[in-house]
Design a protein. Structure first.
Length: 588
């Protein structure tokens, strides 16, 4: 009971009102205000009765009952928890969101809305959102709950102590609930320093390049990054990039995943002993107390450089055997040039020396020792063009040359003189076709034999061409019959009676070749092919050919219908001897 008008006496659950005297036709009203318990669900019955001192003949009217239906509405409660706290940048963790219906009625289409912190990235959820990536819709019966597991990744970089604030709420027409979960971020830089010596092996008096790299592999930005280098007493610094202050470099900040590089050029003492080791030390630190250090070793080892020829263009190498071992002869066309490339893994190459000979009834010196690329820093000396050098020194461009060369490094180590022969091949190979004997051949086939030679690299292949004439006057064009790389012999098959001419083209391995044939090119071999027994040209010798003989039987050249092909044996009369010649070559 909250209150009653007029005031009541008594206590829960029974209350009394004394209304005094009520005259006939009058009435009294009592107003009662009550609260229903929060867990009440069902019908509430309220019973009232009235009594008096006066006789009342109508007692059934003295009682009244009022019933009221009470129900508990749907009521939502949402909670949220993180799987771990604290977390690190780039780390994956989980949120569990739980929604419960604490009320007494079903709630339909409640909307769950997630608000992610700007420093996290949604990965997935179970169940998936109805609207990617932050909205779910659910219906819950009384006492039912609904759970969402959300997978997220912490962004990076993030400062240490960053608080991730994640907010979620659930809304329905009859209820609303919200929750907030906070997660702390713990992060720090992780500095790494490395240093390399280029080269690893060097010589007294040589130059070394040191390269220092500082990187941040941590989860937050590093500030006041300080690098210190301790140089070995056997080196003298030539240059630093960027320059240091007393061998110390300070960088304002270094982001996660970024790096700085420092390059130092240093000169090795000329007095250092063979086999010594130069030790160089460096370290790095920052405001956040991340620290790393490194050492690099450079070994003193003296050895001469090594020089080789680099061919710019086509080169064919032939390996020959001599009494003192294997010998490589390089064949090149006039257009191929040569570079002398020197390599030294220690102090570096200082100079390369070279000289060149030309074979002309013995070796002739074109020029004596010169500095490659320095004395004559232009063609045909640099790069070397042997054919042009031959012309420059009044020799033919073609033929054999000898290049001698060696290099000296910055520590004074001298390479042993090396040499190679190079043959500039501008010689055209030559091919000849053996004479065809006899010139007139009764048949369709003839053997063609080609002999080919080359003064240079050697014959690579031979092509055979032919052309045909019916009357030995008018010729068709040259036709390629075939090509061979060895054993240059062909069995040629002529399809028609008449005259045939042959021509060969030899190629060498460099690509030099004889001229291709044209209408004015003279033949290298000739022959005449005839097949008198095949009178009708059908590639067979049979009764059809005898039939033609019979058609011209006993004719001589003076007859009007004389047909020369029917006179198979060429005795100027068409008779039985021609029939016997056909039968002797019968094919059916």
């Amino acid at each position: 009971l909250n209150y009653a008008i007029p005031s009541a006496s008594g206590s829960y659950p029974t209350y009394h009102w004394n209304l005094g005297t009520i005259s006939a036709g009058d009435s009294e009203i009592i107003t009662i205000n009550v609260s229903v318990a929060s867990d009440t669900s069902g019908i509430i019955y309220n019973n009232a009765n009235v009594t008096s001192d006066t006789y009342d003949p109508y007692t059934p009217n003295n009682d009244a009952i009022e019933d009221t239906i009470s129900y508990i509405p749907g009521m939502l409660l949402i909670t949220k928890e993180d799987s771990q706290d604290p977390v690190s940048p780039d780390e994956i963790f989980y949120y569990e969101v739980r929604v419960e219906n604490l009320g007494g009625t079903e709630i339909e289409n409640a909307v769950i809305k997630e608000v992610y912190d700007e420093n996290i990235t949604f990965i997935s959820s179970n169940p998936p959102p109805a609207s990617y990536p932050d909205t779910w819709i659910v219906s819950l019966s009384p006492g039912e709950n609904f759970t969402i597991n959300i997978t997220v990744r912490v962004n990076k970089p993030l400062d240490n102590g960053t608080i991730l604030i994640n907010y979620v709420n659930v809304t329905s027409p009859t209820s609303y609930s919200e929750a907030i979960e906070t997660t702390e971020v713990v992060s720090s830089p992780e500095l790494h320093i490395s240093k390399e010596s280029i080269p690893v092996y060097t010589e007294p008096g040589a130059t070394i390049l040191y390269r220092i790299r500082v990187s941040n592999n941590g989860t937050m930005r590093a500030t006041n990054v300080t690098v210190e280098d301790v140089y070995d007493e056997n080196i003298t610094v030539i240059s630093e990039s960027p320059p240091s202050v007393n061998q110390t470099w300070i960088f304002d900040e270094l982001d996660v995943g970024s790096f700085y590089e420092i390059e130092i050029q240093a000169l090795v003492s000329g007095d250092i002993e063979e086999g010594s080791v130069i030790i160089n030390y460096a370290n790095v630190t920052c405001d956040q107390n991340s620290y790393d250090e490194t050492e690099v070793y450079t070994y003193i080892r003296s050895s001469p450089p090594w020089t080789y020829k680099k061919f710019n263009g086509l080169v064919i190498n032939h390996t020959l055997w001599q009494t003192d071992g294997m010998y490589i002869l390089h064949y090149i066309p006039p257009s191929t040039t040569i570079d002398l490339v020197a390599v030294d893994n220690e102090s570096g190459v200082n100079i390369t020396m070279y000289r060149i000979f030309k074979w002309h009834d013995g070796w002739k010196l074109l020029f004596d020792w010169e500095k490659y690329g320095i004395t004559f820093p232009y063609p045909p000396y640099y790069p070397i063009n042997l054919s042009q050098l031959g012309i420059l020194y009044n020799y033919t461009p073609c033929g054999k040359y000898q290049i001698e060369f060696y290099s000296i490094d910055n520590s004074g180590n001298v390479e042993k003189v090396r040499w190679n022969d190079v043959f500039v091949d501008c010689f055209t190979p030559i091919s000849q076709i053996e004479k065809i004997i006899p010139y007139e051949i009764a048949g369709r086939e003839v053997n063609i034999t080609v002999n080919a030679t080359d003064l240079g690299v050697g014959v690579e292949k031979v092509e055979l061409y032919y052309r045909y004439s019916e009357d030995n006057t008018s010729w068709n064009g040259w036709i390629l019959y075939g090509e061979k790389t060895n054993n240059f012999i062909w069995l040629f098959n002529g399809n028609y009676d008449g005259y045939y001419e042959f021509y060969s083209v030899a190629y060498d391995e460099i690509g030099n070749h004889e001229p291709l044939p044209n209408s004015t090119t003279p033949a290298k071999a000739k022959c005449k092919l005839f097949y008198p027994w095949d009178i009708n040209y059908d590639e067979r010798v049979n009764a059809l050919d005898i039939y033609i003989i019979i058609q011209h039987w006993m004719q001589t050249p003076g007859d009007a219908n004389w047909y020369e092909r029917a006179d198979v044996n060429k005795d100027s009369i068409i008779d039985g001897e021609d029939v016997m010649a056909v039968i002797a070559h019968w094919t059916g």
